[in-house]
Design a protein around this ligand. Structure first.
Ligand SMILES: [Cu+2]
Length: 199
């Protein structure tokens, strides 16, 4: 009887250890880089005259690109994936340009136009985001490049909402929400306390 209990205890401890190890492995996986992809579908032949050019094997001609932009103020195949995401503090990001054109992934206080007036007008973003006119600080990400992005919880990507857009194609956008490292309720409690204080 005594021996059985001991065996059971050992087996229990082994299960606990396995559970702990898999939790640790899970936590490790969560710390991997979170990838954000910048996508397009430019046809190299008809985009050859576009500043920055186009490489790769996209299929959307320049005329089709402009036509879709005129009709919808957006070109669906030119987009950031994902367009919205949640990250925990400490999570690094990678920005991967999977398209054939140059893009930017520029932090902006508010979404606006980029630095190409024609694309701003056609996409319904007539007023450029000021950050997109500050050429010294814009990072251009060439086709095929993978760049380190901001890490959640740092000054570049603080707790709360951050907005990123392409300064060439201003409809290419991503909103990242970084969760508060404390209990989930803390920020909403703070909000409601602030709300009550106003009354
Ligand atoms: Cu772009």
């Amino acid at each position: 009887m005594k021996q059985k209990l001991t065996v059971r205890t050992v087996v229990g401890a082994a299960f606990a250890l396995v559970a702990l190890l898999s939790l640790t492995a899970g936590a490790g996986a969560v710390q991997g880089d979170k990838k954000i992809r910048l996508l397009d579908d430019c046809d190299p032949v008809t985009f050859s005259g576009v500043p920055g050019g186009c490489i790769g094997n996209g299929h959307t001609t320049f005329a089709e690109f402009i036509e879709e932009l005129e009709e919808t103020q957006d070109v669906h195949k030119w987009r950031n994936q994902p367009s919205q995401m949640h990250l925990n503090v400490g999570r690094p990001t990678l920005i991967e340009n999977r398209g054939g054109e140059v893009h930017t992934f520029t932090p902006v206080a508010a979404f606006g136009g980029g630095f190409v007036p024609d694309l701003n007008a056609l996409s319904g973003n007539p007023v450029p985001a000021p950050e997109c006119l500050n050429f010294g600080s814009i990072t251009f990400i060439p086709a095929g490049a993978v760049e380190e992005g901001p890490t959640a919880g740092t000054g570049e990507l603080p707790v709360g909402l951050s907005r990123f857009q392409c300064c060439i194609h201003p409809w290419m956008r991503t909103v990242i929400e970084v969760a508060s490292p404390g209990p989930q309720a803390s920020s909403s409690k703070a909000n409601s306390a602030e709300h009550h204080a106003h009354h």
